[in-house]
Ligand binder design. Structure first.
Ligand SMILES: [Ca+2]
Length: 184
């Protein structure tokens, strides 16, 4: 009897350990990470060669019509790196973050500006978003979709101002497209 109890306790302990949810705050390496300024430039050059756009400043690529800006995280050995690794979303944009806000690694950001539809494959951003922030003016709406085989499934979004510091395990790394609308 005593022995059975011991086995049972051990089994419950194993089950509980297995059920522990993944913690979003764990540091995840960014797909866009670099170690030095030269390494960052190499990554940006490679991204532009594949997805077009124009380099802006040290760590951004900009596209026009519709207007979008992708920001690469600062190199790991750069002085620009702060304790709060998350890149701020500027006012009047809809931002998609590579990592949850609690993730100290920060990761990259894709910021969308104009009303209309965006296909993330055009920016090398399919299945990446883990968080979002809508800082557009006038309660403008941002809808984000997982697209598969011609089907668009709405997965998250909201009217300005709104955000999700983490979209949840079900929709994490799923987003493929977005629509920005003037009305909520
Ligand atoms: Ca997807």
């Amino acid at each position: 009897m005593k022995r059975t109890c011991g086995v049972l306790v051990a089994l419950i302990a194993v089950v509980l350990a297995g059920a522990t949810p993944a913690i979003a705050s764990e540091k995840t390496p960014s797909k866009f990470a670099s170690s030095t300024d030269a390494d960052l430039q190499k990554k940006i050059d490679a991204h532009i060669a594949k997805y077009g756009g124009k380099q802006v400043g040290k760590n951004q690529i900009s596209w026009e019509n519709p207007r979008a800006v992708m920001t690469f995280p600062a190199p790991t050995r750069s002085a620009d790196r702060t304790a709060l690794a998350r890149i701020a979303c500027q006012t009047e944009w809809f931002c998609l973050y590579e990592h949850a806000w609690s993730d100290r690694d920060g990761g990259g950001v894709l910021a969308l500006h104009d009303y209309g539809v965006y296909y993330f494959y055009e920016y090398g951003w399919n299945d990446i978003a883990s968080a979002w922030e809508n800082t557009q003016t006038g309660h403008a709406r941002g809808n984000v979709f997982d697209t598969w085989d011609g089907q668009w499934t709405y997965i998250f979004g909201g009217c300005a101002y709104d955000y999700q510091s983490y979209v949840g395990d079900l929709y994490n790394d799923k987003a493929d497209s977005a629509a920005l609308l003037a009305k909520c």
